[in-house]
Design a protein around this ligand. Structure first.
Ligand code: ATP
Length: 363
């Protein structure tokens, strides 16, 4: 039986990438087609981690391949290959890190740290190597949210070893200085400390480093956004008018320094009463979605205001870790896949456009 890659791609065309809705199997993503009698096998390589979707996608691809004349069985292997992307500003990469994602908010208390750690855990659950860097000098929450503490160890007296918990590599400004001390720092001191934190940690083979940024849009945030080679930023907001106004300032700040916005997350979108199940839009309705539409930015989704999200995050076992198969974890994982897919779409930005230089003896 002769089956070409073209035949296979035509048969698989109806199976869509769940994020982009484009065909999952393309000339670039399908490889290693093997044909043996009426059995075929092939691999599909995705560019973002999607472990929780693999069984379903495998079944869809296999069924589609079996629609080819003469094919009775089709074995499909799906893998993910995450490449390094950096906003095209010629910024140098940090060793051991492929992509750096800032999680930011224009205003404090909207759930930026909770979102950052749950997104990090969701990316990890989907199969990526993930680190979290807590750069929130005004109130570092990651030690509490990841149940980690103490000064980081060092092997060579230069680089800090990240702490490890729940599969994540973690470093936090909170491991190094007392909160009152950090809050008293003026702009340059704070951004120098944060730069050191990011550059002097021995991150190991990370696909994504999630940076929990200090809330707000002042000098410190602007300097961080400029100095760290960010792949892009996620803006967390509540649907409330005032938070949205601040989120807009956040968007403008990143745009000013050429950092792409990878998505908007609407947190505490609706309160579900834990007794009667009644849904109430305490902070207004759909504000984040409208903000994303107005600014033509990806909307990653909304999370409910739920007591267990707070209790789990505040006790060092964030929801994606504590209830990995629950509804809220499902929401975070869907957001994480879309975010990672948006990171992959930054392709082509990794190198600044240089003109071709031709050296010729004849000129
Ligand atoms: N969706 C949610 N449902 C319930 N509680 C939440 C939710 N998101 C965050 N919280 C809780 O709200 C509080 C503030 O959240 P968090 O610390 O993540 O906000 P932040 O924006 O990072 O704040 P900061 O200004 O300290 O940087 C925390 O106690 C957290 O557990």
């Amino acid at each position: 039986m002769a089956i070409t890659e073209q035949d296979l791609l035509a048969a698989l065309a109806g199976v869509k990438d769940p994020v982009s809705s484009k065909p999952l199997a393309t000339a670039r993503s399908v490889r290693n087609l093997q044909v043996a009698g009426d059995s075929i096998s092939f691999e599909v390589q995705m560019d973002y981690p999607a472990k929780s979707l693999v069984p379903d996608l495998q079944a869809q691809l296999s069924a589609a391949a079996r629609s080819l004349a003469g094919v009775r069985s089709a074995a499909v292997h799906i893998s993910s290959r995450i490449t390094a992307q950096v906003a095209g500003r010629g910024a140098r990469l940090i060793p051991g890190v492929k992509n750096i994602i800032a999680v930011a908010s224009g205003k404090g208390g909207v759930g930026k740290s909770t979102t950052a750690v749950n997104l990090a855990l969701a990316l990890s659950a989907e199969g990526a190597q993930v680190g979290i860097l807590d750069a929130d000098i005004y109130g570092p929450s990651q030690p509490m949210m990841t149940g980690t503490s103490g000064k980081p160890e060092t092997r060579d007296g230069k680089l800090m070893e990240p702490k490890r918990a729940m599969g994540l590599q973690i470093n936090s400004i909170g491991f190094l200085v007392r909160e009152e001390q950090a809050m008293a720092w003026r702009g340059p001191m704070a951004s120098n400390a944060l730069e050191q934190l990011i550059n002097q940690t021995r991150w190991q083979d990370l696909d994504y480093l999630v940076v929990d940024m200090p809330p707000g849009t002042g000098d410190i945030q602007l300097t961080l956004a400029q100095k760290v080679p960010l792949t892009g930023a996620v803006i967390v907001t509540t649907p409330q008018d005032i938070a949205l106004l601040d989120a807009k300032k956040g968007i403008t700040m990143f745009q000013k320094v050429g950092v792409p916005i990878l998505g908007i997350v609407e947190n505490m979108a609706v309160h579900i009463c834990s007794h009667c199940g009644h849904a109430e839009h305490i902070f207004g309705e759909d504000g984040g979605r409208r903000l994303a539409q107005d600014y033509e930015m990806p909307y990653l989704g909304a999370l409910p205001l739920a007591l267990h999200i707070r209790l789990q995050a505040d006790s060092g076992r964030p929801t994606v870790f504590a209830e990995p198969d629950g509804e809220v974890a499902r929401l975070y994982k869907a957001m994480a896949r879309q975010l990672a897919s948006n990171v992959a779409r930054q392709a082509g930005n990794e190198l600044p456009a240089f003109p071709d230089i031709i050296i010729s003896k004849d000129t």
